[in-house]
Structures are given as C-alpha cells and as structure tokens.
Design a protein around this ligand. Sequence first.
Ligand SMILES: N[C@@H](CCC(=O)N[C@@H](CS)C(=O)NCC(=O)O)C(=O)O
Length: 209
Amino acid sequence: MIKLHHLRFSRSTRIIWLLEELGVEYDIEMHDRNPETNRSQDDLYAVHPLGKAPTVEVDGHVMVESSAIIEYLIERFGDGKLAPADEADRAPYLEWLHFAEGTMAMPILLTLLGPRFGGLGDALGGFVGGEVTKLLDYVDAHMDRREFVVGDTLTGADINLEYLLELANLPGLLNERPNAKAYLERLMALPGYKAAIDIGGPLVPGLGG
Ligand SMILES: N[C@@H](CCC(=O)N[C@@H](CS)C(=O)NCC(=O)O)C(=O)O
C-alpha cells in the first residue's frame, strides 16, 4: 500500500505525476504550508522528523527524498514503465535522475528565494548565478534534438527534472535556452503531468492549475 504526503505548492507534485504514470493505487494526504513561514507544519513532522515533502509510506516504511522515492517506486511497481528500455541507458538514467536534486536544486532554489530574503549579495549571488548558467546551459545543450532526457520514452529522470525547470522558467531563465524550454513545454503537455496538477494543484501559488 502506498500513501503519499503531498505538501501544496511543492515538489511532491512530481510523485503524484509518477504514481499517475505508473497507474498504481495510492492514497494521498494533503498538507499545507504555514502561511507566514512557508514551511511545513506539525502534521508533516508527525509523519517524518524532517517534515519534508514528498514523504511516502510504502508498506509501513516512511521514506523521504524525491530521487530515492522515484527510483524505489519504479523498481517496485514500474513493471518496465518509466525506466529506460535499453540497459545501456541505465547509467545515464541514474545520473540524470540524481542530477536534479543532487546538483541542480540548490542553485535554482537559491535564485528563486534570494529576492524574498533581501538578495543573495554580490559574492554568493555571483557564485550561484554562475552555477545556474552552467547547469541550465548543460541541460539546454543536452536536449538538442532529444525528446526525453534519456532514451526515447518518459522516465523518472524527466519527472524529477521537470520541477526544477519549471521553477527556472518562472523568472525567464529558459528564455534563451530553446531546447530546455521546448522540453519543459513537452513535459507540461503530458496527460500525467496535467493529472498531477489537477490533483495536487500548481507548483507555486498563482500558477494555473
Ligand atoms: N531533496 C528533497 C527536498 C525536499 C524539500 O525540501 N521539500 C520542500 C517542498 S518543495 C519542503 O518540504 N519544504 C517545507 C519545509 O522544509 O519546511 C527532495 O527532493 O525530496
């Protein structure tokens, strides 16, 4: 039995998308952010000491970290879906699956959060800006003449990456990166993505959903 703890306006939407694509049965419990701090509240801390979303319960085991959750759910319930069809794609698949949260998340999130906290300052702002440029250029170059990030079909790596590309696109960081932008638009047009938004709401307040 799978239970997903979804925090509204968060990256746990990607696990709704994953579960919809897998076509497995699951329960979903909705959680709200504290309106003042934007952080999780007691109801999510009651499930796991980090109070993070996504959190999933699978057969009684409570699990956090999107990349691990994606890898595990596909392994257990995928039956061939959302994993690369070609064994030769296994290594790049794991690389891209983990790139999203392991390398890309922090600089993208700092860029988005910076203005809310009075800016990042010259030194940190310069460092983070340089990282964002390098990472998004890397994705853009990789997506030249590719439909999905690895192989020819949707995988867990695309689902993990989409959230960060959608955030990067908000302040226009994909405007000069046509391959990455077209890739994001293709992902957002998929029925599974749309179902996730219908169920969980938009990734950030104010976006259509
Ligand atoms: N690397 C973790 C990050 C989890 C995370 O920070 N989630 C955010 C939501 S987007 C959260 O729970 N924020 C509320 C809080 O930290 O209080 C993952 O990929 O699951």
